[in-house]
Design a protein around this ligand. Sequence first.
Ligand SMILES: [Zn+2]
Length: 65
Amino acid sequence: MESLIEQTIGCPYCGETNEVLIDPQDAGDQYIEDCQVCCRPITFNVAMDSMGNLSVTVHDENDVF
Ligand SMILES: [Zn+2]
């Protein structure tokens, strides 16, 4: 069983840092979680690179994919 990975991201709205726990099982997925500071919905994209490193990118809700 893989453990959760702690990541620090910057909120796309207020710029404050948020510590989030990422489940490696979520690689390739996208989900929304509210900023802990300004409570606006941040879109998280979880990706796994070819080295097996987990990376997280964040977007505001108005970004188009
Ligand atoms: Zn925020």
